[in-house]
Design a protein around this ligand. Structure first.
Ligand code: ZN
Ligand code: ZN
Ligand code: ZN
Length: 125
């Protein structure tokens, strides 16, 4: 994929964030000179996903969030303001891995797991 100024700027924005961002948030953070229309930005994020650079975070709420593909982890999402926090815990993953082994011994082929925490963030309580 051609590394257009928009491509580089979007990667840069995602790199500077420690949590997933929505398309509206991304649009606000981009310089006026780069302002793409929404569908261009969605297409770009789609391509970045195919290239394995960006991950689309699927949560119960309807908004799509994107973050730089780093190591596997989970998320907390606030029911009120939809703020998201990344959650990772090696002990949890080890436990899940055990469970996945158990499931495969029962003949299930596990490819991935996903779950998220929901509740209220500090500001919304
Ligand atoms: Zn909140
Ligand atoms: Zn995350
Ligand atoms: Zn996990």
């Amino acid at each position: 994929m051609r590394k257009t100024p928009l491509y580089l700027a979007v990667l840069e924005r995602l790199k500077s964030k420690s949590k997933p961002v929505s398309v509206p948030e991304l649009l606000v953070s981009l310089e006026t000179s780069l302002q793409p229309n929404k569908s261009t930005l969605y297409r770009l994020l789609e391509r970045l996903g195919v290239e394995g650079l960006v991950e689309r975070v699927l949560l119960d709420n309807k908004t799509a969030f994107y973050e730089l593909k780093r190591h596997h982890h989970h998320h907390f999402v606030c029911e009120d303001c939809e703020t998201i926090e990344c959650v990772s815990d090696d002990g949890l993953e080890a436990k899940i891995h055990d469970l996945e082994n158990h499931l495969s011994s029962r003949g299930l082929k596990i490819k991935a797991h996903q779950f998220s925490f929901s509740g209220l963030c500090a500001a919304c309580q």
